[in-house]
Design a protein around this ligand. Structure first.
Ligand code: MG
Length: 512
């Protein structure tokens, strides 16, 4: 029995041993497979990581390439465009101009070159700051680009200067295009800080044809023509013609320095007077504004030509001193021939207003008591008076002590100053002529002129409208309630000697 039992157990052990050995083999095989798989997995991971790295590198390179491409696009854009307006810049415009000049010379084509310069940019920059100036340039650029035709190229040449080229066009078409640019700009009113500015431009026009010598010559001529448009009173087109050249070359600003110095030394300036007439028919006197002219080779040169360079090269105070001294001398001799209530207005430039030696000169002349102080008024410009309010007021106050009056000249172009007006010790407001000119056609101008008149009256000032060129405008201004009118329809400026003669002649007639 026990032997049988033992053999059974033995058999069982053998079976177990056998199973165990099988299990071992299986386990070993499994282990080998796991190891193999594991090694494979590691290889896969390595490969994955490697590929991932490559991919990242590719991505990075691609990014760099895109960035570089964008950068080069941006650089090339920046090199060609003006950063403020997005318009073409001067370099690109010059390239286009060269092509236009070349095709005109080679193919007998006719093109037009326009130089456009804004008229009021300085006023806006001075009264409202550069941010306002930049914003106005941006808005003007948008308007110009909006009206651009497919045959036109337009660019900002710098500051407030724009250039335009028009392909294959006649003189007539070019003039029309220039006029249309002017009227587009004139219709635009720039608003900033709840203030409204009127904008206009001056355009120099040059026809490019097979006679055009070079692009540089064409640009120079466009510049001369633009300068001529400004001198002729702004907001206009001047077509360059050969005859302009010698005259306008003389006008080149730098040449004015020796000329003005010589004029001061040799008394080459002369004085004119223009009447300022009361609108009230019961008043039988007329005031006068004294205006300066320059005599040159028998010609009379207007102050719009020589005062800007005089101002730029700091000769203006000397010219003002000359005008004041000569006016006082003349008034001392001749004021007796004029109505007791008539006064003479003398313009004082921005540089003279607040200038200590100018104050000394004027008070010294007034101290001589040659005539009553109230026979003289001084006209100062709005921009200067408000940019230097304290000095201006102290200067004005000291001269007013002698009885002299003060007028704020060219009022309105920087309407920012309405709030300053309360603080300025002036007696009279003279509305800027640019508003008067269009009051019959432009309702905004009409409203502005009428408001300025009302504000002036509310503040106890007298109001004067300048540039009154025709009866209709005069009647409109009388209807608005202006106190005085000045302009060619009222009376043109004439030499003081002529004025005196006619006054004496009239007095003689009355006596007879
Ligand atoms: Mg004046």
């Amino acid at each position: 029995m026990s032997k049988n039992k033992n053999s059974h157990l033995y058999a069982q052990i053998k079976t177990l041993e056998l199973n165990l050995s099988k299990q071992k083999k299986i386990s070993k095989a499994l282990l080998t497979r796991v190891k193999r798989n594991l090694k494979h997995q590691i290889n896969i991971n390595d490969a994955f990581e490697h590929n991932f790295f490559l991919l990242e590198q590719i991505k990075e390179t691609k990014k760099k390439l895109i960035h570089e491409a964008k950068n080069s696009q941006r650089f090339s854009y920046m090199a060609k465009h003006d950063s403020l307006t997005g318009m073409y810049n001067r370099n690109v415009f010059n390239d286009f101009l060269k092509v236009h000049v070349a095709t005109a010379q080679e193919n007998m084509e006719t093109h037009a070159l326009f130089f456009l310069d804004l008229d009021q940019f300085k006023v806006i920059n001075d009264t409202s700051g550069h941010l306002a100036g930049d914003e106005m340039i941006k808005q003007i650029a948008t308007i110009l680009l909006g009206t651009k035709k497919p045959d036109e190229t337009i660019a900002r040449l710098g500051g407030d200067e724009f250039g335009m080229l028009k392909k294959n066009c006649s003189l007539n078409q070019a003039m029309k295009a220039a006029e249309s640019l002017l009227s587009t700009i004139e219709k635009f009113h720039f608003s900033w800080d709840e203030k409204l500015f009127k904008v206009s431009a001056s355009i120099g026009l040059v026809i490019i044809n097979n006679n055009t010598i070079s692009d540089i010559e064409a640009q120079k001529n466009a510049d001369i023509a633009c300068y001529a448009a400004k001198n002729a009173g702004r907001n206009r087109v001047h077509l360059y013609q050969e005859a302009d050249d010698s005259l306008l070359k003389q006008n080149a600003e730098l040449q004015w320095v020796p000329k003005l110095t010589k004029a001061l030394e040799n008394d080459l300036f002369c004085l004119f007077a223009q009447p300022i007439k009361p609108t009230d028919p019961k008043l039988d006197y007329v005031h006068y504004e004294i205006l300066v002219r320059l005599k040159e080779d028998g010609k009379i040169i207007l102050p719009g030509v020589f005062l800007p360079p005089a101002e730029r090269y700091n000769l203006i105070t000397k010219i003002d001193s000359w005008i004041i001294t000569k006016s006082f001398e003349w008034l001392a001799k001749n004021i007796q021939y004029f109505h007791q209530k008539a006064h003479f207005s003398i313009n004082l430039s921005g540089q003279s207003l607040g200038n200590k030696s100018m104050l000394k000169l004027i008070t010294a002349l007034l101290d001589k008591n040659l005539f009553n102080g109230d026979r003289v008024h001084f006209e100062v410009t709005e921009t200067m008076a408000i940019s230097n309010l304290q000095e201006a007021n102290s200067f004005i106050g000291q001269i007013k002590n002698y009885g002299c009056g003060f007028s704020l000249d060219d009022f309105g172009s920087g309407l920012s100053s309405l709030s300053y007006l309360k603080n300025l010790e002036v007696n009279t407001l003279k509305v800027d002529g640019v508003f008067i000119r269009d009051i019959l056609d432009d309702p905004i101008d009409e409203e502005m002129v009428s408001s300025i008149n009302n504000i002036g009256h509310v503040m106890g000032m007298k109001t004067v409208a300048e540039y009154v060129e025709n009866e209709k405008i005069a009647n409109k201004l009388i209807e608005m309630g202006f106190d005085y009118l000045q302009g060619n329809i009222i009376g043109e400026p004439r030499p003081l000697s002529d004025l005196l003669e006619s006054i004496k002649a009239r007095a003689n007639k009355l006596v007879q």
